[in-house]
Write a protein that binds this ligand. Structure first.
Ligand SMILES: *[C@@H]1O[C@H](CO)[C@@H](O)[C@H](O)[C@H]1NC(C)=O
Ligand SMILES: *[C@@H]1O[C@H](CO)[C@@H](O)[C@H](O)[C@H]1NC(C)=O
Ligand SMILES: *[C@@H]1O[C@H](CO)[C@@H](O)[C@H](O)[C@H]1NC(C)=O
Ligand SMILES: *[C@@H]1O[C@H](CO)[C@@H](O)[C@H](O)[C@H]1NC(C)=O
Ligand SMILES: *[C@@H]1O[C@H](CO)[C@@H](O)[C@H](O)[C@H]1NC(C)=O
Ligand SMILES: *[C@@H]1O[C@H](CO)[C@@H](O)[C@H](O)[C@H]1NC(C)=O
Length: 339
């Protein structure tokens, strides 16, 4: 499978032929490496006010900014495991990040020195070795942040059922609401354009689950499996981060699968496979001035030294264009305005 992906990639880079690209849809995605590799790029967010892509390197505690205007990359370093990073509605120089099991507000403009930091809340005291994983703000600026159990550093085995999806608002910081529990690895997160459906991934389940979503009350209900990765027999890997396009199709990063896929949650069908020159694809977000660039994050942290030679660009952010669709603006957090 890895060989198949690699060949597919090589062919599409060298020749760019529409006939050699996936036979599922006649399009020729253009894939460009836009940042230098880091260990585990994740949790991307697009700030349309600044043309900045924010992303993190979880285990080094770094929050990165990729500047579309200049192609420059900057970073700050926090003390712990950091993910995700979300921009704030009323203060363009305030980021909300997950740090270990906490939600932290950090002053940073994406270019200059880091400012103040303040812990807003800490969750999951009952799972002391768990940590924040993926998360996003909804249309009202509430945070949907999820956690995962610890992974054994030698075996990689996950401490099961230690994850929780929380809803964190400016009014419940002393006791964030539990929305989904237990989970193993909280991931994904997307809302449809009508803002009445919510999509969620618990990575080892290999499924994308759709919930009815009530934006006024911020509630989810009636889960159903919308996409089952197991049904895509030619693909490998596990669903990690996810975004949605203006046609309400999902773009799902396949960790271990060397690709990001487009799937229709209404039918569960696979619509497109975009192979990337990295095995572990972690997440994606639409960005660029026209929101038509799919920024895809990848990891190299689990690769052996031989695999790192095979995938020298693993850990980079890639800009994928020519996808014949685009995204909607990212929602900002509305939790605190100043710290
Ligand atoms: C990038 O350019 C846009 C358009 O000129 C501008 O609004 C934005 O502030 C710039 N971003 C930064 C970080 O300077
Ligand atoms: C995060 O966890 C690491 C490892 O346990 C610890 O060294 C660090 O102090 C923690 N960070 C914060 C802000 O508590
Ligand atoms: C990790 O797994 C190894 C092998 O099973 C075990 O010996 C070790 O105790 C585990 N470590 C933790 C922190 O659970
Ligand atoms: C988490 O993983 C464990 C081990 O595979 C499994 O037994 C459990 O059912 C999973 N939990 C959920 C919520 O899927
Ligand atoms: C939202 O909450 C209000 C007040 O509790 C309730 O009356 C209403 O039915 C809720 N809406 C939905 C869709 O659950
Ligand atoms: C899946 O792989 C098989 C065997 O290599 C091939 O015959 C088939 O065309 C592939 N299907 C798709 C949808 O790519």
């Amino acid at each position: 499978m890895i060989g198949y992906i690699f060949l597919g990639c090589l062919v599409c880079f060298v020749f760019g032929s529409p006939y050699i690209q996936t036979n599922l849809e006649l399009s020729t995605p253009i894939i460009q490496q836009v940042t230098y590799p880091i260990d585990h790029a994740e949790g991307p967010s697009w700030d349309a006010r600044k043309n900045i892509l924010f992303y993190v390197d979880i285990h080094t505690g770094r929050v990165f900014s990729y500047h579309y205007n200049t192609s420059l990359v900057h970073y700050i370093t926090l003390n712990g495991n950091v993910t995700p990073v979300v921009t704030s509605e009323n203060n363009p120089n305030l980021l909300i990040v997950g740090l270990n099991r906490s939600v932290v507000a950090v002053e940073w403009d994406g270019t200059n020195e880091i400012g103040n930091q303040r812990v807003l809340t800490t969750v999951s005291e009952e799972f002391p070795t768990s940590r924040m994983n993926d998360g996003k703000a909804d249309k009202e600026g509430r945070l949907w942040f999820g956690t995962m159990g610890a992974e054994n550093t030698s075996t990689g085995a996950l401490t099961p059922n230690n994850g929780v999806l929380y809803k964190i608002t400016k009014d419940n910081l002393d006791n964030p609401a539990i929305e989904i529990a237990p989970v193993n690895i909280s991931n994904g997160l997307a809302w449809n354009s009508a803002n009445d459906l919510f999509y969620y991934i618990d990575t080892p389940s290999l499924t994308i689950v759709e919930y009815q979503y009530d934006d006024v009350n911020g509630t989810i209900s009636n889960p159903r499996v919308a996409v089952n990765i197991r049904s895509f027999t030619n693909l490998t890997g596990s669903p990690d981060g996810m975004t949605i396009d203006i046609d309400d199709n999902l773009w799902i990063a396949l960790y271990g699968g060397g690709a990001i896929i487009k799937a229709d949650p209404k039918t569960g069908e696979l619509l497109q496979v975009v192979a990337l020159p990295a095995r572990d694809v972690t997440s994606a977000i639409w960005g660029g001035p026209d929101l038509d660039i799919l920024y895809v994050t990848t990891s190299r942290v689990s690769l052996t030294s031989d695999e790192k030679k095979y995938y020298p660009e693993a850990g980079s952010v890639f800009a994928v264009t020519n996808l014949f669709t685009k995204g909607r603006p990212v929602f900002n957090a509305n939790i605190v305005d100043n710290i």
